[in-house]
Design a protein around this ligand. Structure first.
Ligand code: ADP
Ligand code: MG
Length: 711
C-alpha cells in the first residue's frame, strides 16, 4: 500500500485525472493496447504509473516508462518516488550513463534509447508487465520504432500467455498517426482522454515581427518584469539562450551606468552563468565573443531606485547542461527573487516548472538539418510549428490564468508556421536504425509498421553505406562483423573501429576515441571571425597536443585523445572545471566520455573471449606506431568519407588563389569542402584526409580530420 504525504495527496486530488482513476483502470485492464491523450500537466506521466502500481501491475514484473529525453526520465522518476513516498530503489531511472535501478525496482523510467537496447537483447521484454511510451507526440526516432516493435511484441506475449500491456501517451496532437494507421494497429486502440486543469491563456501577438528577436525577447521580459507580478518563463532555441545572456549583460551595463547617474534601474541576478555552456558547433564563430565578468552582475544596485524591488533569478535550461544545473529550476528561488527560465524546447512538454504565468515565445527552434544524399549537416534557426507554439503557450495556464507573448505577428503564425514538425525518423540518418532492425531479423524495413514511414532514399543510402562498411553483405544480410558491431551502443562506423581494434593492442585508445567521437561538442571550436586571446591560446595548445610524426597525422583525433587524457588528469587533481574552461573543453562531455569508455570496455570484456579491458582514464598518449594503427582503424571506419586536396591548377582563372587554400574535394560531393581554421592539419594540408562529418555554416567544413597520406 502506498502511504502518501497529506500535502502531496491534496495536490494530486486537484488533478482531474484522479477522479477518473477507476474508469481509466477499467479500460487498461480490459485492453492490451491503449492510447492516453491529454495536455501537458494533466497528470499522465506522474499519475498513470501510480495507478498501475496500485492496480497490482508491479507485483511480479516491472512497469516501464520511456521518455525521449534524459532530463525527463530522471526528474519524473524522482517526482513519482516523492509522490509515492518510495525511494529511488523502487521508483528508479536508467538513462545512457546513469541510473539507480535495483532488484526492488517496481517502476522504471528510462529513455526510449535504453528500452530499444533492451529489445535487442530480450525481444519479448519479459521483465515488464506494462510498457508506457510517454511523449509519443514528440515523434522521436526511438519512440517511433518502439511503437512499431511493441505493436508486435504485445501479440507475441499474448500467444505465450504472458500478457504485456502497451500504453502510448501523447498530447492531443496528431493522434490519428497512431489511431488510423491500420498497419500499426489493425483494430484501433481505445483512446482515453484526460482533462487538464487549464486556465485561460491570453495570446498576445506582436504587431510586427522584429528581425532581432533576441533583443525583442529581452525587451519583453524586462517589460513583464517591471510591470506585471509573478513568475516568467521564456522559450527560445539554444542560440537565443546564449545571446540572451549577452544582451542581458549589455543591458546590465547600461543599468549600472544609469545607476551611477542616479536614474531608476532594476536589479537582475544571473547565477553562475558560464558562457562556455552555450557553445554549439553551428555557432562556433561566436564562442568567445563574450567578455565580461560574472561578478559585475551580482553587484547590488541600490534598492531605492528599483521599480519593482525584486531581483530576477535567471536560469538557463537545455539538454547539454549538467543535471545539477538543470535541477536548479526545481529548487527554491532565493528569497525575494523572481524566477525566469530561459529554455530550449526541452521545457515545451515533459517538464513541469512550477509557477509559470508568462511565456515569451520567440517562435524559433534550432533544428539539425541533414542532407539525405550528401550527409552534410547544418543547423538552422527556423519557425517552430503551430502545434509546438501552442504547447509553449499552454505552459502559462497551469496555476491560474496566464499570458503568452508571441514575438511574431498573427499573419506570420497563420501563413508561415507549419501545423506539425516533421518526425525525427524522416530527418535523421538511418544507418543506425537500419542495422539495428536488420539485426533484429526485420527483413523488409520499408514494410515495418512505423507511425510514419522513413524516406526511401534515406534507407537506400543507409543500406549502401552499411554495405561499404562491410556490416551488411551484398544481399543485405548482416555479416559477422555486423553482429559484432551492433553490440556496441555507438554508430555502426564506430562499432566497426572497435571490432577491428581487437586484433591490435590499441583497444584502449580506440575505445577512448570512439567514446569521444560519440559525444557531441567535446571541444569548443576555435573562433574564425573573432580573434580573441582564449581562442588563440586554444589553437596553440591543440597544435602542441597534436605533436609530430604519426601523432600529428592523426590530426584532430589526436587532439581529442590528448584533450580527454589531459582533462582526466586535471580531474584526478580536482581541477576539471578550471582546466576545461581554460582549454575550451566541455566538462560534462568529459564525464560522459568516461562513462561511455567504461561501458564499452565492459561490453567488450563480456562479449569477447580473452579480452579484459581495464580503463585507465588518464592513460599515456599513443606512441608513433600506435598512432599509425589508429589512423588505419579510422580509415576502416570512415573510409567512405575521404577528401582530396584541391590543387592550385584547379583554381579558376581570375579567382583569388588564397580563397581555395584549404579547399578539398570530398568523394560523392559536387561542392568543395574546407579544412576549418581550428583543424591542426591546416599547417600541412595533407593530400588525402578522412573526416568525421561535414557541416555547413558559411561554407561546408570537415569536422574531425585525420591524414591518410603521406605514409
Ligand atoms: P503530464 O504528463 O500530463 O504532462 P505530469 O504528470 O507531468 O503531467 O504533471 C501533472 C501535475 O503534477 C502538474 O500539473 C503539476 O501540478 C504536478 N507536478 C509534476 N511535476 C512536478 C514537480 N516536479 N514539482 C511540483 N509539481 C509537479
Ligand atoms: Mg508528461
Amino acid at each position: 500500500d502506498v502511504i502518501r504525504d497529506p500535502q502531496i495527496q491534496t495536490a494530486r486530488l486537484k488533478l482531474p485525472i484522479l477522479a477518473e482513476e477507476q474508469q481509466i483502470m477499467e479500460v487498461i485492464n480490459s485492453n492490451s493496447i491503449i492510447i492516453v491523450s491529454g495536455e501537458t500537466g494533466s497528470g499522465k506521466t506522474t499519475q498513470i504509473p501510480q495507478f498501475l502500481y496500485e492496480g497490482g501491475y508491479a507485483l511480479k514484473k516491472q512497469i516501464a516508462v520511456t521518455e525521449p529525453r534524459r532530463i525527463a526520465a530522471i526528474s519524473m522518476s524522482q517526482r513519482v518516488a516523492e509522490e509515492m513516498n518510495l525511494s529511488g530503489r523502487e521508483v528508479s531511472f536508467l538513462v545512457r550513463f546513469q541510473g539507480n535501478v535495483t532488484d526492488d525496482t517496481k517502476i522504471k523510467f528510462m529513455t526510449d534509447g535504453v528500452l530499444l537496447k533492451e529489445v535487442q537483447s530480450d525481444f519479448l521484454l519479459s521483465n515488464y508487465s506494462v510498457v508506457i511510451l510517454d511523449e509519443a507526440h514528440e515523434r522521436s526516432l526511438y519512440t517511433d520504432i518502439l511503437v512499431g516493435l511493441l505493436s508486435r511484441i504485445v501479440k507475441l506475449r499474448e500467444k505465450k500467455n504472458d500478457p504485456l500491456k502497451l500504453i502510448v501517451m501523447s498530447a492531443t496532437l496528431r493522434l490519428e498517426d497512431f489511431t488510423t494507421n491500420r498497419r500499426l494497429f489493425k483494430v484501433p486502440p481505445p483512446v482515453i482522454k484526460v482533462d487538464t486543469r487549464q486556465f485561460p491563456v491570453t495570446i498576445h501577438f506582436n504587431r510586427r515581427t522584429e528581425e532581432d528577436y533576441l533583443k525583442e525577447a529581452f525587451r519583453k521580459t524586462v517589460k513583464i518584469h517591471s510591470t506585471l507580478p509573478d513568475g516568467v518563463y521564456c522559450c527560445f532555441d539554444r542560440v537565443a539562450l546564449k545571446k540572451t545572456v549577452e544582451v542581458e549583460n549589455d543591458a546590465l551595463k547600461d543599468l549600472g551606468d544609469n545607476r551611477k547617474k542616479g536614474k531608476r534601474s532594476k536589479k537582475v541576478v544571473l547565477p553562475e552563468i558560464n558562457l562556455n555552456d552555450y557553445s554549439l558547433p553551428g555557432d562556433a564563430e561566436h564562442n568567445s565573443d563574450y567578455e565580461g565578468s560574472d561578478s559585475e552582475l551580482e553587484d547590488p544596485i541600490g534598492t531605492e531606485s528599483v521599480v519593482h524591488g525584486q531581483p530576477l533569478w535567471v536560469l538557463p535550461l537545455y539538454s547539454l547542461l549538467s543535471v545539477q544545473k538543470q535541477n536548479r529550476i526545481f529548487q527554491q528561488v532565493p528569497s525575494g527573487c523572481r524566477l525566469c527560465v530561459v529554455s530550449t524546447n526541452v521545457a515545451e512538454t515533459s517538464l513541469t516548472i512550477p509557477g509559470i504565468k508568462y511565456v515569451v515565445d520567440s517562435g524559433k527552434t534550432k533544428t539539425k538539418l541533414y542532407d539525405k544524399v550528401t550527409g552534410v549537416s547544418s543547423y538552422a534557426i527556423c519557425w517552430t510549428s503551430k502545434a509546438s507554439a501552442d504547447q509553449r503557450a499552454g505552459r502559462a495556464g497551469r496555476m491560474g490564468p496566464g499570458h503568452c507573448y508571441r514575438l511574431y505577428s498573427s499573419a506570420v503564425f497563420n501563413d508561415t508556421f507549419v501545423d506539425f514538425g516533421e518526425p525525427e525518423i524522416r530527418r535523421a540518418p538511418a544507418d543506425d536504425l537500419y542495422l539495428r532492425m536488420r539485426n533484429m531479423n526485420i527483413e523488409k524495413i520499408i514494410n515495418f509498421p512505423f507511425p510514419t514511414a522513413p524516406d526511401l532514399l534515406q534507407l537506400k543510402t543507409a543500406e549502401t553505406r552499411l554495405k561499404i562498411l562491410g556490416v551488411l553483405d551484398q544481399n543485405g544480410k548482416v555479416t559477422g562483423l555486423g553482429r559484432a558491431v551492433s553490440k556496441f551502443p555507438v554508430l555502426p562506423r564506430f562499432g566497426k573501429m572497435l571490432a577491428l581494434s581487437h586484433q591490435h593492442e590499441i583497444l584502449p585508445y580506440t575505445i577512448c576515441l570512439v567514446a569521444a567521437l560519440s559525444i557531441p561538442e567535446v571541444l569548443m571550436e576555435v573562433s574564425i571571425s573573432a580573434k580573441t586571446d582564449s581562442s588563440d591560446k586554444w589553437a596553440a595548445t591543440r597544435l602542441r597536443w597534436a605533436g609530430s610524426g604519426n601523432s600529428y597525422l592523426l590530426g584532430d583525433n589526436m587532439v581529442l585523445l590528448k584533450a580527454v587524457g589531459a582533462a582526466e588528469f586535471a580531474h584526478s587533481e580536482g581541477k576539471l572545471e578550471q582546466f576545461c574552461a581554460e582549454n575550451g573543453i566541455r566538462s560534462k562531455a568529459v564525464s560522459e566520455i568516461r562513462k561511455l569508455r567504461l561501458q564499452l570496455s565492459n561490453e567488450i570484456s563480456v562479449n569477447v573471449a580473452d579480452t579484459d579491458v581495464v580503463v585507465d582514464p588518464k592513460m599515456a598518449p599513443p606512441n608513433d606506431l600506435q598512432a599509425k594503427l589508429l589512423r588505419q582503424i579510422l580509415l576502416a571506419g570512415l573510409g567512405d568519407q575521404v577528401a582530396k586536396k584541391m590543387s592550385v591548377d584547379e583554381v579558376p582563372a581570375g579567382e583569388n588563389k588564397a580563397k581555395f587554400k584549404y579547399a578539398y574535394h570530398a568523394n560523392n560531393m559536387e561542392d568543395l569542402v574546407f579544412l576549418h581554421r581550428g583543424s591542426v592539419l591546416k599547417r600541412s594540408l595533407p593530400e588525402f584526409v578522412i573526416y568525421q562529418e561535414l557541416y555547413e555554416t558559411n561554407k561546408i567544413y570537415m569536422r574531425g580530420v585525420t591524414a591518410i597520406e603521406p605514409e
